[in-house]
Design a protein around this ligand. Sequence first.
Ligand code: ADP
Ligand code: MG
Length: 529
Amino acid sequence: MAESDSGQRRMGGRPVFVLSDDAERTRGEDAQSSNIAAGKAVSEAVRTTLGPRGMDKMLVSDTGEVTITNDGATILDTMDIEHPAAQMLVEVAETQEAEVGDGTTTAAVLAGELLSKAENLLDDDVHPTTIVEGYAEARDIALDAVEYLADADLDDDLLRQVAESSMTGKGTGDVTTTKLADLVVRAIRHVDGEEGIARDDVRVHTQTGGSSSATELVEGVVSDAEPVHDNMPRHVEDATVAVVDEAFGVRETEIDAEYSVESVDQLTAAMDAEERELRAYADALADAGVDVVFSTDSIDDRPAGFLAAEGILAFDDVDDDEARAIASATGATRTSKVEDLEDAELGTAETIRVRTFGDADLAFVEGGSAAEAVTMLVRGGTEHVTDELERALADALDVVTAALESGGVVPGGGATEIAVADRVREAAAGVEGRKQLAVEAFADAVDVLPRTLAENTGMDPIDGLVDLRAGNEAEEGRAAIVASGERGTVGDPVEAGVLDPAAVKREAVESATEAATMIARIDDVISAA
Ligand code: ADP
Ligand code: MG
């Protein structure tokens, strides 16, 4: 049976069209090398951002929007990547981000290097299947090594170090990572209950402008919403709360009726009716005993006046996400009709107050009776800073959660990687046949991480690796690239407080191996036009 390049097959003389005419097809070594090149290019793009002295990338979208970041996941997500194999590396970063929230650069760089080593093996005529088997064996040894190096005995000091390690190198503006790390650990401890860590109950609220002194942990929810009337209380204790999704105003009549008023009495009657309608919101809320109301919709001036007259504090146009958090913290159920408000739909909070920051008011809902929500309130000079701060904090919150919930911490700064590479290399000696080459290649690929860290901290990468290996030989897992001052040096990561969650390394090894072997195994790319 013959097959032409357009995927046309001949069976008994009759041509059978498998692919459409304009489908493109690359095969064999061409497909392999183009896929590998694409994967390597993606990993190369994030390589320089790895580690505390990693550089930032400025990404400009097709609409001209600018993002400045050091975050691997964000870079890969924002880049417009089309090549299908390159896209697989982006997925590695996405999986890493979704599973453990940090280590995206590590995973992408490792995947790229595994591909590069696989390319060398393919050139030496090692069969893809042998590479896949060798990599899988090496991966298991690597995972065991991570397990061995992990320390699950975590106190707050250690957790602060983990949080700080995950944030170093990110532009956090004026706020020190030490201060942020402390907030992160306090926040996680706050939501650490019998059923584990309620990570979603930790929120981050950033505020542009002003000094970093406003950085604080709020035991509750913070909202951008402002009171709708000046004569409302700005501080309510033991507040009964309603969260509504209803616009307070004159209901628009469905038919555009035009009616003429023929007497003063009629006019007064019409005005009375409208006034009753507008007053009804405040009346219903007051009857239900509500002190504070949050609406995701608008509240017009006149109903706002009636609410103020009843002494009710009201916020409108509340962000949907914030409304959900307020409802969950206070135990309120969102309602779309205050007229039918029932007691069971109301929530309570110890205090609700409005505080002014610069020229903006923020609402603080503290001590909600239903859930232990906390908000990290952080200020940054510009939006670029607050955006990067938010990403850094999200990473830090995730790593502390990962350290507590899945397997403790391992030494950072490349110490774990050097030890892992060493163990894999040692094990390779016992592997038969050509697979041994693949296991060795895996060990060499892992070296890219400490080598890159050394490079990015201004050290000579070769000398750096040699020193690391010697240090690891002396005491396993205790030799790292430690960034301090101008240049990195080789030092003890535990003493220097450079620690990463074990889960981050585990996930990086797993997802990078999976992507690299998947790409190496492909020898045929068929794409629809
Ligand atoms: P990723 O996206 O993989 O998390 P990062 O840019 O956050 O990439 O860099 C993570 C690496 O930087 C980890 O290997 C971590 O151990 C290392 N690291 C963090 N802080 C330091 C430090 N002070 N000195 C040396 N290495 C550090
Ligand atoms: Mg990181």
